[in-house]
Every structure is written in structure tokens, then in C-alpha cells.
Design a protein around this ligand. Structure first.
Ligand code: SF4
Length: 320
């Protein structure tokens, strides 16, 4: 009998007695200190962003408008709130019809969603929590971009609703973080996750397997360190190369070799075996089925990946 890996969907279903879906939203005006020059320029080498590809900014609804922690005013807050409403309405309707979703968690996904003045964050979070059937928020951010004021407000919200913060851990090795131009070191990630836990917040950690220069042992050390920090949920990703990124140039110059499917699945299997049973899993694969993917091609088909992953997990008595 194979043991089912504890998924985030199961966690939410147990807690709320209904099918809960995350509704990803992307709000204009949010950027990242690793893109706007505050800690670095260009962003992580794998990130497709405006500074690397200025045409992306020209395509934005509020082109050239970016907030940061020091912004003293936000002339476009109404517009941002409208965007949030439109996106939530459209996506929640689709999730209700296609996935039988009954309740929703608003997921602030793109860029760094605590990197804006507190009043803006508060207005957006409050608005998201006011939508029908919303049970809480999940906020994607960086460990160097969340103020104490925001932590305190999230703590306050967490007393009455479900609050998650998602941090990109990626690797615990500083030389890897430097190589991918992450703009913060691993001590900063540890410190911030410990702080988030001290505020009683739920934390999801993102890990990337296949970062440049990393061995299988290093990837597993990162997974162990992340579990050791007390994360409550995890997303595992393979590193893939997309167009219009610094990594695409490295790949073209022969300086980066993507992880093979065999190695990724092997590392993932061991990382899952090491995972404490209370840590839920939100993602184990990539699914980038569009023309932006350069390599590796096995990242294109999510269904095949899941089949291969499940075959490997079968050998150790697990299923996803
Ligand atoms: S932290 Fe996220 S948004 Fe910022 S550059 Fe890296 S991947 Fe892109």
C-alpha cells in the first residue's frame, strides 16, 4: 500500500471542509528590489522581467509605475484594487466551473508582494479578504522585502483568517545565490523565516533543484535546511531556461546545463523521503507548455512529469 504524500489541497480541505483553490493575481506597480536596482539590477538570472526585457514594461497596464518600500504615495491604488477585483472575479468563476472550487485563497503571486508602502498592502490585502468565499491569503515575497509593520499586520489578520507567506529559498549556498544574482544571502532567508514563524505565520518555501554548480548532495542539504527552519509547506521546482533571461544567454554560451529529468526525479524522491510529514507539498514539477521554454524540453509536459515522478515514488512506497 503506497502512502499518499500530504498535499496543500488536503491541508486546506481538512481545515475548511471544502475544495479550496488558490487564485493567483498579478498587480501592476509591484516589482522587486532585485530588479529596480535597490539590491541589484536584472533580477535572478532565470527571471523574465522588465529590466531584462523592457518590452514587458511597455505592455503593462500602468507602464513605468513601480512601488517600493520607500514610496510615499500611490496615485494608482484605485486602479490596482480594480485589477484585483477583475482578476479575482474572472479566475474564481473559472475555477468554480472547471475545478468545482468552493472556496478560495487569494494568491499574490507575481514579483514581490510585500514590496510597497504599508497602506497599499493593507488596502489590497483587505480588499482580497472581502471577496465572497475567500478563506485567506497567500503572499509571495522575498526575505529582504517585508517590513515589521507588514509582519505585525499579517499577524493581526492571521488571528481571524488563513495567512500564508511564500519565500523563495532556492538554495542555502551563498555561492549559488550569487551565481544566480539573487541579491540576498541564505542568512537573510533563515532570519526572515524564523521571524515569520515567531509571528505565528504559515510559511511556504520554494526550492529549486538544478541550480548552476549544484550537486545532488547540495540540493538535498537545501531541502533539509528548509525543513529545519520550520516551513509548513514546500514547492519544489526544476530550474528551466526561458527566453529573454540572463540564464538563456548563459545556456546559449554553453555555461549552464539544465538538470536531467532522471536526476531531478531522484533528488525530488529523496527530498520527499526526508520531508517531515506535517509539511504539505504544493508543487513537484514544472509545466511550461509555451514558446518561451528553451530547455530542458522535459519541463514542457506536466502530465508526463507527474507520471514519471509517481513511478519513481512507487519504488519507495509513496504517491503524489
Ligand atoms: S526575486 Fe522573484 S521577482 Fe525578483 S528577480 Fe528573483 S525571481 Fe524575479
Amino acid at each position: 500500500m503506497r502512502e499518499q504524500i500530504f498535499t496543500f489541497g488536503q491541508y486546506l480541505h481538512r481545515k475548511f471542509g471544502a475544495k479550496v483553490s488558490k487564485v493567483p493575481v498579478s498587480i501592476s506597480g509591484f516589482t522587486c528590489p532585485n530588479i529596480d536596482g535597490t539590491v541589484a539590477k536584472g533580477g535572478c538570472t532565470f527571471c523574465e522581467n522588465d529590466s531584462f526585457s523592457p518590452s514587458l514594461d511597455r505592455a503593462r497596464e500602468l507602464k513605468g509605475f513601480f512601488l517600493n518600500l520607500q514610496s510615499t504615495q500611490n496615485p494608482h491604488l484605485d486602479k490596482q484594487i480594480q485589477q484585483l477585483e477583475w482578476q479575482f472575479d474572472a479566475l474564481s468563476k473559472r475555477l468554480r466551473e472547471e475545478n468545482s472550487a468552493q472556496k478560495f485563497m487569494v494568491y499574490f503571486q507575481s514579483f514581490t508582494n510585500t514590496y510597497a508602502p504599508f497602506e497599499t498592502l493593507k488596502a489590497l490585502y483587505d480588499k482580497a479578504l472581502s471577496f465572497d468565499n475567500v478563506i485567506g491569503l497567500s503572499i509571495g515575497t522575498r526575505s529582504d522585502s517585508i517590513s515589521d509593520e507588514t509582519f505585525e499586520y499579517l499577524y493581526e489578520l492571521s488571528q481571524k483568517t488563513e495567512i500564508w507567506v511564500e519565500f523563495g529559498i532556492q538554495s542555502i549556498y551563498d555561492k549559488t545565490l550569487e551565481r544566480i544574482n539573487r541579491g540576498h544571502n541564505s542568512a537573510n532567508v533563515k532570519e526572515t523565516i524564523i521571524k515569520a514563524k515567531s509571528y505565528g505565520l504559515n510559511v511556504c518555501g520554494h526550492l529549486i533543484f538544478g541550480l548552476p554548480g549544484e550537486s545532488k548532495e547540495m540540493m538535498l542539504e537545501t531541502a533539509k535546511a528548509a525543513y529545519g527552519l520550520g516551513i509548513d509547506s514546500v514547492k519544489y521546482h526544476p530550474l528551466y531556461v526561458v527566453k529573454r533571461t540572463a540564464l538563456a544567454n548563459e545556456y546559449a554560451r554553453g555555461e549552464f546545463e539544465p538538470i536531467s529529468e532522471e536526476l531531478y526525479v531522484d533528488v525530488l524522491k529523496e527530498a520527499l523521503l526526508l520531508k517531515p510529514s506535517n509539511v504539505s507539498v504544493q508543487r513537484v514539477s514544472a509545466g511550461i507548455d509555451d514558446e518561451t521554454l528553451i530547455a530542458p524540453s522535459w519541463c514542457r509536459d506536466k502530465n508526463t512529469q507527474l507520471r514519471v515522478i509517481n513511478d519513481a515514488l512507487c519504488s519507495v512506497g509513496l504517491k503524489y
